[in-house]
Design a protein around this ligand. Structure first.
Ligand code: M6R
Length: 614
């Protein structure tokens, strides 16, 4: 969750740290801090509750010089967000500082021991314990910083990405990771460290993704050294970054979320690029080619994911059952990992994750792996932990998603799952050729239809204005659009703090209908398809109880138009592809409502972009 950044080189470090923290702020924004060693060897630490801008205001006018430093933006786990609990944390002597992303699970017992040996602590964090331990080991065994970090981490249970800096050795940074991401950028006589590549990309394209249980030692004037926790030397594997600076900037939009909503015609197209050729009747997913037999023979597919990715998995359930006739279960990773699920070696697990770092999804993958199942990943972030933990997979190619509310990642995930389901249907022969071809053409036209849906923005903004002061909302869908109802409700609640529920339309009369009165907006997807008439009846039920109905309908619809309070007409497409287009109005609606309510759209309260703690 937290964002970490570090620099060692020839440039002034403070602007690099601040810019890096701004780019990583989506990962956590309770508090922020930096530490730099200046030219006279003095260690300056500034940390503050609040945003990176609060930290900047606090540090203004103070000494921020130096060419080595570390920075942190926090999403609190242990200890409330305040100045003291902010990172960096000091060792006992205050000579060593450390930043951390993750949780040290056995921190309480380590802290007990340290206290008995005379250590005193300022914060309630697990992190402070680790930096005390590192210093104790370093002093006791007269070790270099790198070895002390290695020895300390061998005593630690939990997840971490850390960077450590010692005032007495201003030529060295030590970084390590287990279960939390970390990238090291290698420039000319300089190193960059960050939780993701966004703070690095404008300086160098040469990066090393640190693996779990590795410690990196960065020394001025030397090559990068990596050692395993077992103290074996590891040869760094240098890769080229593929993202560009423009991918991680707002590009003239007020918020990343809006930019990302508008990027969807492109991101859906990119997710299909080279994989779909309707004219030739071809769907190919290179990443899963070696596992085609597994797909063909799978008795069952289990999707594991969290949040929006879980909603994409639900769409995947409808797609795989409809096209490939394989039974599907969709599991919350956090539930799956802590029960004793029945998993057979011929089960196929599809793990979906935008970030590729979600701790629960990662743990669920490891559990399924241990039972012999084959794991396929659908991730957005190349080289992420989940992408590496799976046996095979297909990337979504949505590009960096920075807004905390997931938008383009969802449509890219659904696109890839559609391609996968069609591909498997082809292998299994479960779809007639004519239907298969028709679906390929329809899928190819989706980016244009999303573009048309985006043109409804002004109309949707007007509707948003009418419902911005609601305290509750109900989202309904049926069949393929039920997951979109869940996704619409999640978007509204997470960024505008309006309580919202997504329901299968027919389930409404089993409880939620009791909530309906003239104050209650009910957002319904009522596009043409096999369930249309049934959804129209559900709309009548809402209207009979004076609820306000806002319906997404197929262009040219007359029936719902006559009943609903507002209709939003989207282009017609195949029922199975409606999620890709019908989600757009709900994304725009929640965006505008959140803006009108004065909410921080890109950084909603209490949330963080990648949930790397359970
Ligand atoms: O990176 P992941 O796709 O694994 O993240 C899963 C959820 O944390 C994520 O989708 C979350 O629900 C979003 N904030 C939803 O907008």
């Amino acid at each position: 969750m937290c964002g970490i950044v570090g620099y060692l080189g020839t440039r002034e470090v403070y602007p690099i740290l601040i810019k890096g923290l701004r780019r990583l702020e989506y990962r956590g924004y309770d508090s922020a801090g930096v530490a730099m060693i200046n030219g006279s060897g003095h260690l300056n630490v500034y940390k503050r509750k609040g945003k990176v801008s609060d930290l900047e205001n606090f540090a203004t006018g103070n000494d921020t010089t130096g060419t080595i430093g570390i920075g942190h933006t926090r999403w609190a786990t242990h200890g409330e967000p305040n100045d003291v609990n902010s990172h960096p944390h000091y060792s006992q002597s205050k000579n060593i500082v450390l930043i951390h992303n993750g949780i040290i699970e056995n921190y309480a017992s380590i802290k007990e021991g340290l206290k008995k040996r005379g250590h005193t602590f300022e914060s309630q964090t697990d992190t402070e314990v680790l930096v005390h331990l590192i210093e104790e080991i370093k002093q006791h065994d007269n070790m270099k910083l790198g070895h002390a970090v290695l020895a300390a981490l061998n005593q630690v249970i939990g997840a971490y990405a850390i960077v450590v800096m010692d005032k007495n050795d201003p030529t060295t940074l030590v970084a390590a990771k287990k279960g939390s991401p970390m990238v090291i950028g290698i420039g000319e006589n300089e190193f960059f460290i960050a939780s993701d590549a966004s703070p690095i990309v404008e300086f160098t394209k040469n990066v090393v993704y640190l693996e779990d249980e590795q410690v990196a030692i960065l020394r001025r004037g030397e090559d990068l050294k990596i050692r395993s926790l077992k103290d074996k030397e590891v040869t760094p594997y240098v890769q080229q970054l593929t993202i560009e600076l423009e991918n991680i900037e707002k590009g003239g939009y007020d918020h990343f979320m809006l930019k990302e909503i508008y990027e969807q015609p492109r991101s859906v197209k990119d997710s299909m690029r080279g994989r779909l050729n309707a004219e030739k009747g071809i769907v190919s997913l290179g990443g899963i080619v070696e596992h085609e037999a597994k797909f063909k023979n799978a008795k069952r597919i289990i999707f594991i994911a969290c949040g929006t990715s879980w909603h994409a998995g639900l769409v995947g359930e409808y797609l795989f059952e409809e096209f490939a006739r394989i039974p599907v279960e969709v599991e919350y990773a956090s539930e799956f990992r802590y029960r004793n699920p029945v998993i057979y070696p011929d089960d196929l697990i599809i793990a979906i994750s935008q970030s590729g770092e979600t701790a629960d999804t990662l743990a669920a993958i490891e559990l399924a792996k241990s039972k012999g199942a084959t794991i396929i990943g659908v991730c957005n972030v190349v080289g992420s932990s989940i992408a590496r933990a799976t046996h095979a997979g297909s990337y979504t190619h949505a590009g960096p998603e920075i807004g905390v509310a997931s938008t383009k990642a969802f449509t890219a995930q659904v696109t890839v799952l559609t391609l996968m389901a069609l591909h498997v249907a082809r292998i299994k022969g479960t779809l007639p050729e004519s239907r298969f071809r028709q679906l390929l053409y329809e899928l190819e036209s989706i980016p244009t239809k999303i573009e048309q849906a985006l043109k409804l923005n002004a109309e949707i903004k007007d509707i948003a204005f009418k419902f911005k002061d609601s305290t509750n909302a109900l989202y309904l869908g049926r069949g393929f659009t039920f997951p979109v109802a869940l996704e619409g409700a999640l978007k509204l609640k997470e960024i505008s703090y309006i309580h919202a529920e997504g329901y299968p339309a027919a389930e409404m009369k089993h409880g939620p209908i009791a909530l309906i009165d003239e104050e209650m907006p009910v957002f319904v997807i009522a596009t043409k398809g096999p369930n249309y008439e049934k959804v129209v009846s559900n709309i009548q039920e809402v209207k009979a109880r004076k609820g306000k109905v806002i319906a997404v309908v197929t262009a040219g619809d007359k029936e719902v138009k006559g009943t609903a309070d507002h209709t939003i007409e989207i282009p017609e497409t195949d029922e199975s592809l409606v999620p890709l287009v019908s989600v757009i109005p709900w994304q725009l609606l929640s965006y505008h409502i959140a803006v009108m309510r004065g909410c921080n759209v890109d950084q909603p309260r209490n949330l963080a972009k990648s949930v790397t703690v359970e």
